[in-house]
Design a protein around this ligand. Structure first.
Ligand SMILES: Nc1ncnc2c1ncn2[C@@H]1O[C@H](COP(=O)(O)OP(=O)(O)OP(=O)(O)O)[C@@H](O)[C@H]1O
Ligand SMILES: [Mg+2]
Length: 213
């Protein structure tokens, strides 16, 4: 049965599309059958997919109409191992429905108060969706665009204090992610031995452990 990972937080620019694109590239290289769903009407992931690199080989649906989100997820699940869903930087109806269909809600958090606030809100949204759906939906945060600065440790401790401990893996602030958005590839493909590729691999393996728990 295919699993559904939904990257969501209402904080714009936290790293939803970047993490979906990079994780999709990583798992594709590992031989997993990946499908993509873009529920953001800005279409960031859809443009990334359209640039002719590794992601372009993957099936994708772009659906921000709330009525189309659940049918799209069900259809994509039929022929893949993992559906990765990218959400808008707002708690749209499409986001809520995608969260309701998720096995894992992945919440990128940059190291500032507004990111922390929205991450905690997305966890509450996930808890409500889980009650409505009458099944467990796991929500996990991870730190994105981290720098070697005290604020990184502070954000991690704040998340822990609110019961939203982040994954061990973090994605540091690296220009390669911005470059990848222009050419549509991702570090695991471009440079498999690079620090960025290793960091994405570590994030992916932690997610795999969560999904198989
Ligand atoms: N780890 C990182 N290091 C450097 N730049 C990053 C990193 N993660 C994301 N970015 C950059 O930050 C910006 C926002 O990232 P992204 O588009 O993934 O966020 P988002 O949560 O999908 O945003 P939106 O809410 O607008 O959909 C982009 O310019 C992206 O290249
Ligand atoms: Mg995005």
């Amino acid at each position: 049965m295919a699993k559904v990972i939904v990257a969501a937080t209402a904080k714009g620019g936290a790293g939803k599309s970047t993490s979906v694109a990079c994780l999709a590239a990583y798992w594709s290289l590992q031989g997993r059958k990946i499908a993509l769903l873009d529920t953001d009407d800005n279409r960031t992931l859809t443009r990334w997919h359209g640039k002719g690199s590794v992601l372009s080989k993957l099936p994708i649906r772009s659906e921000c109409d709330v009525d189309a989100v659940l049918p799209a997820i069900e259809e994509l699940k039929e022929d893949c191992d993992l559906v990765l869903v990218d959400c808008a930087g707002a708690n749209t109806e499409a986001t809520i429905f995608a969260v309701g269909a998720a096995d894992l809600v992945l919440i990128p958090v940059m190291t500032d108060e507004a990111n922390l606030f929205e991450a905690l809100r997305m966890r509450r949204v996930t808890e409500s969706a889980s009650k409505l759906a009458r099944r467990p939906i796991v929500a996990r945060t991870f730190l994105n665009r981290t720098k070697r600065a005290a604020v990184t440790d502070h954000t991690r401790k704040q998340l822990e204090a609110f019961g939203a401990a982040p994954l061990d893996a973090t994605l540091p602030d690296r220009a390669v992610y911005q470059e990848a958005s222009f050419h549509g590839s991702a570090p695991p493909v471009l440079s498999p031995k690079s620090p960025a590729a290793k960091e994405i691999g570590a994030l992916a393996r932690e997610i795999e452990d969560l999904l198989s728990a």
